[in-house]
Design a protein around this ligand. Structure first.
Ligand code: SAH
Ligand code: SF4
Ligand code: F3S
Length: 482
């Protein structure tokens, strides 16, 4: 029997609740004369996607990526600042790397991403072995910063831009399975949720030229990729109009989604993250219109209580959120996958208000979720104006209740799918058994089935015969021809 695999419900344990994954880059055409770069990424998909931009920028400066930190001349940690434990992970990693650095004089260490942006030059005082500090909008400057650090100076660029989208940089796909890829469509966030550090670490929201997005999707399809995920902190507020043409019509997210869906019927399209206040019926109808737009929406709620949502500055209340769920189910049907993010123990949250979160989850019948105990972030509106007054043990107890309920809901949602045939895109061999393949269905659920003669990249019709809370298990019935 397969155990839960991959992303679904990965936030089940206290140790896992970070939701921050860590991935080391793959070897990139190593040549003896090239200098070697090792990148490690933490945090959300946007950060992983940024590391692919960084690899591309550094390749132009003569660096090849390596998966061995021992042989690296340069190490970048692309960091996350979303919760305190995300930052602790990076500090612990830096301690380890310090030992390596002592043995390898000349090796440089750079801290990139959101924690670099949050701490800026203070990083250099706190972690003396760091040579380079670079924020998310300054990656084009990395070759110069590395050169400067090579002369023994400390190099910092944490400038946040209103325009940078790296639209013209072709990412180097790191750790790629050759089947699924991320495309960053916008950067930053203007929402100012009171608990969140992202507006401060990633700056103002800006959208990338739709031509370059469609072109990137086309190139991926030509290389044999079968699925793209359009990425942004709030994809539904995507809007692009060329700066030099104020009369041009704005392209919104629904239109962009349609353009990408039209690249190829064989290329699946996903997107993340949607903000409940911005996802429109137009987006839902566009999803319905195209078979290759996956019927799955990640719709973070954060809380099920209207007073807490107001303190969080989420700009919707419980009823508004419930109506969004209703719209999704009405337009896309009961089978549409819906997942959530939820925070427990936000400032002043009462036991009753916590119960509202649980009842909202029951109402939404979520397929899965990413769940977190509130972690106060310095400088955010909540840190400035509210008191972080819920004891840690209570936050954790509420978190465990939320997780337990989600596990029950996930199992129920999966059980409804048993006995049905699903179109599965094969991503590779099952982690548990070489005899089985693993892929995802439309609703982003992991499906495991016997290998037969199928391979990575195939679309396979799978009859699901059993399930766990995280995995559907079945066998193929016929191959789908695209
Ligand atoms: N842009 C996305 C989410 C970005 S951060 C959105 O708006 O939904 C990913 C998740 O981390 C958030 O949805 C939230 O649930 C969680 N998170 C953000 N700040 C947090 C904090 N201070 N403490 C605990 N969880 C937090
Ligand atoms: Fe943070 Fe809110 Fe922006 Fe999401 S929408 S990144 S939670 S400020
Ligand atoms: Fe973390 Fe920055 Fe993403 S804070 S969650 S890496 S936007």
């Amino acid at each position: 029997m397969e155990q839960p695999v991959a992303n679904s419900l990965k936030i089940l344990t206290e140790a896992d609740k970070e939701a921050c994954e860590l991935v080391k880059v793959s070897e990139d055409e190593l040549s003896v004369d090239k200098k070697k770069l090792f990148i490690e990424s933490y945090g959300c998909q946007m950060n992983f996607s940024d590391s692919e931009i960084v690899a591309s920028v550094m390749r132009s400066a003569g660096f090849a990526t390596t998966s061995s930190e021992q042989e690296a001349d340069l190490i970048f940690l692309n960091t996350c600042a979303i919760r305190d434990n995300a930052e602790q992970k990076v500090r612990n990693r830096l301690k380890q790397l310090n030992h390596l650095k002592k043995k390898k004089p000349g090796m440089l260490i750079g801290v990139l991403g959101c924690m670099a942006e949050r701490l800026k030059a203070k990083f250099l005082e706190e972690e003396k072995m760091v040579d380079i500090v670079t924020g998310p909008d300054a990656y084009r400057d990395l070759p110069r910063l590395v050169e400067e650090a090579g002369t023994g100076q400390k190099a910092v660029n944490v400038f946040l831009s209103r325009e940078e989208t790296y639209a013209d940089i072709s990412p180097i796909r790191l750790n790629s399975n050759g089947i699924t890829a991320f495309i960053s469509i916008m950067r930053g966030c203007d929402n100012m949720c009171s608990f969140c550090v992202v507006p401060y670490t990633r700056g103002r929201e800006r959208s990338r030229d739709h031509h370059s997005i469609v072109q990137e999707a086309r190139e991926l399809a030509e290389k044999g990729f079968k699925e793209v995920t359009l990425l942004g902190q709030n994809v539904d507020s995507y809007k692009y109009r060329p700066a030099n043409d104020p009369d041009a019509e704005i392209v919104n997210f629904a239109q962009l989604l349609e353009m990408v869906a039209q690249v190829s019927p064989d290329l699946r399209v996903r997107f993340s993250t949607s903000h409940p206040k911005d996802i429109t019926d137009e987006v839902l109808h566009t999803m319905k219109k195209y078979d290759n737009i996956c019927k799955y929406i990640h719709l973070p709620a954060q809380s099920g209580n209207s007073r807490i949502l107001e303190l969080m500055n989420r700009t919707y209340d419980r009823e508004w959120y419930m109506q969004k769920i209703d719209r999704i189910r009405t337009i896309l049907g009961e089978d549409c996958g819906i997942s959530h993010d939820m925070i427990t123990g936000f400032c002043t949250e009462t036991e009753e208000e916590h119960q509202d979160t649980l009842s909202l989850m029951e109402y939404a019948r979520y397929d899965y979720g990413y769940m977190f105990a509130y972690s106060e972030r310095p400088g955010t509106p909540a840190a400035k104006k509210l008191t972080d007054d819920i004891p840690y043990e209570i936050k954790l107890r509420r978190l465990s209740e939320v997780i337990a309920l989600q596990q029950k809901l996930s199992l129920e949602r999966n059980q409804r799918l048993v006995g049905k045939i699903h179109k599965v895109l094969v991503e590779g061999t099952s982690k548990r058994s070489g005899e089985h393949l693993q892929g995802r269905n439309d609703q982003n659920k992991v499906v495991v089935f016997p290998r037969e003669n199928y391979q990575k990249g195939d679309y396979v019709q799978v009859l699901v015969t059993e399930c766990t809370a995280a995995t559907l298990i079945g066998h193929s019935v016929t191959e789908v021809t695209a």
